[in-house]
Design a protein around this ligand. Structure first.
Ligand code: PA5
Length: 435
């Protein structure tokens, strides 16, 4: 397994007997997850997903990408929450940091339906005026307002641009196999449709067509992504002992820290490409754990950027945080510090060292400082950012989230609280039938 996990920099805050005792409970909890027992167990289909994606599935996605890419410069992915973040997390981690400005690397995937901003949609339509495009509309329920609104507007744009018949040939739906408005529209208009399995909830769906289709459109290797997840699945489901299993150690330690009053987990990375991966983590854990007046608040940061904003608070503010860092050993490229004859910036002592070497030292220095400031630190390390290692991280965090949610004694697979804002919005909008 490529991924490594350690909580050695959190050990100062833990009592070994407590770790051992809760570690044993975690082992039982993981067995329960794998046996698909426990709260919300109807939604545990994602547990077996990596091992279940077949050659047929890859082939179907591959053919679809080929067909639509031939007539499209870009693909608009319309979705929100779990129907959006997983794909974006992987795509943004893998694509060129300045993709729009590099010839031949322009992003092939654009996003809509993840907000209700009129200016955002206007600007997107302006881009779509000037290029050929197709769209993937993703919604498990098929009734979520944000993607439904964006789809209506973009479909209308597409029909005016290409005519109704050709527009229908530029739409792919990813939705439930039987229910929802999107399913009904797809059937009526004969859109090619990919089905989201009944037993996989939105935020656990990145390894279904919800994530795999957009990721493949962006040009990345979904077989490698799934292979990474599968290797993680095999490892963590075959080694159910606290000492060996990173899932059990991570879930146990974060729950022990929570019980001690550390209510916020700051997920941090020193690689800005992982910004959306951290957004995905925030949604996964936030919606899974934050209920019944319980749950660790999932926050995110990119260092060293945020050391110059949140850094002061982390070091000396209210002691309510622990930190988990996603560390990356190696970069794909090398940039060395050049020698400067005048050395007015006093940086010659760093000459010939690589930027990554300095970034790694910044990470170690930050960890030492935060531990000194009584912020327990855990670390998840991958050798480099690629599809295989992202697949490992995805499965690691998904199954950790399930175990952690059960340790908290909540149902990690529902999201009743998300309805509250919707009800108010519908009432205020005067939706027929809503009191
Ligand atoms: O994780 C979840 O279940 C949610 O975040 C959903 O993915 C999100 O609300 C979008 O739902 P839908 O796919 O039904 O449009």
């Amino acid at each position: 397994m490529n991924m490594r996990f350690t909580y050695e920099d959190a050990a100062f805050a833990l009592n070994e007997n407590d770790v051992e005792a809760l570690g044993k409970v975690s082992e039982e909890v993981l067995r329960r997850v794998l046996a698909k027992e426990g709260r919300g167990s109807d939604f545990l289909g994602w547990v077996d997903l990596p091992g279940n994606v077949s050659d047929f599935d890859f082939g179907k996605i591959g053919k679809c990408v080929e067909h639509y890419s031939a007539k499209s410069d870009v693909v608009v992915v319309i979705g929100i929450g779990g129907s959006y973040l997983g794909a974006r997390a992987v795509i943004e981690a893998l694509q060129h940091a300045f993709a729009p400005y590099v010839k031949g690397k322009a992003p092939r995937v654009l996003y809509a339906g993840n907000n209700i901003s009129e200016d955002y949609l206007h600007d997107l339509l302006e881009v779509l005026d000037g290029c050929d495009y197709s769209m993937i509309v993703i919604s498990k329920s098929g009734t979520t307002t944000e993607p439904a609104l964006a789809f209506r507007v973009i479909k209308d744009h597409c029909e005016r641009k290409y005519g109704k018949e050709e527009a229908a040939g530029r739409i792919i739906a990813v939705t439930d196999g039987a229910r929802g408005a999107l399913k009904a529209m797809a059937d009526k208009e004969h859109y090619p449709t990919f089905v989201i399995p009944d037993d996989v909830g939105g935020r656990y769906s990145v390894l279904t067509p919800v994530g795999l289709l957009p990721i493949a459109f962006a040009g990345f290797d979904i077989r490698e992504l799934v292979r990474g997840a599968r290797d993680m699945q095999n490892f963590v489901t075959e080694n159910i002992s606290f000492d060996k299993n990173p899932v059990l150690r991570y879930a146990t330690v974060r729950n022990l820290l929570y019980k001690q009053g550390l209510k916020v987990e700051l997920m941090a990375s020193f690689e800005p490409q992982l910004f959306f991966f951290i957004e995905w983590y925030k949604q996964l854990f936030g919606e899974s754990e934050g209920k019944e007046n319980k749950g660790i608040f999932p926050a995110g940061a990119i260092f060293s950027t945020d050391l110059h904003s949140l850094g002061q608070y982390i070091q000396e503010g209210t002691r309510q945080l622990f930190e988990t860092v996603i560390a990356v050993d190696n970069c794909h490229h090398k940039v060395e510090i050049p020698y400067d004859g005048e050395d007015l910036d006093n940086l010659n002592y760093l000459q010939k060292r690589s930027i990554n070497e300095i970034n790694q030292i910044a990470r170690k220095g930050t960890c030492l400082a935060h531990v000194e400031g009584k912020v327990p630190n855990m670390r998840v390390t991958i050798p480099e950012i690629n599809e295989y290692n992202l697949g490992q991280l995805i499965y690691f965090f998904e199954i950790s989230c399930a175990v952690s949610g059960y340790l908290l004694d909540v149902n990690p697979f529902d999201q009743p609280g998300v309805e509250a804002y919707k009800k108010n919005m519908f009432k205020l909008l005067g939706k027929p039938g809503v009191e």
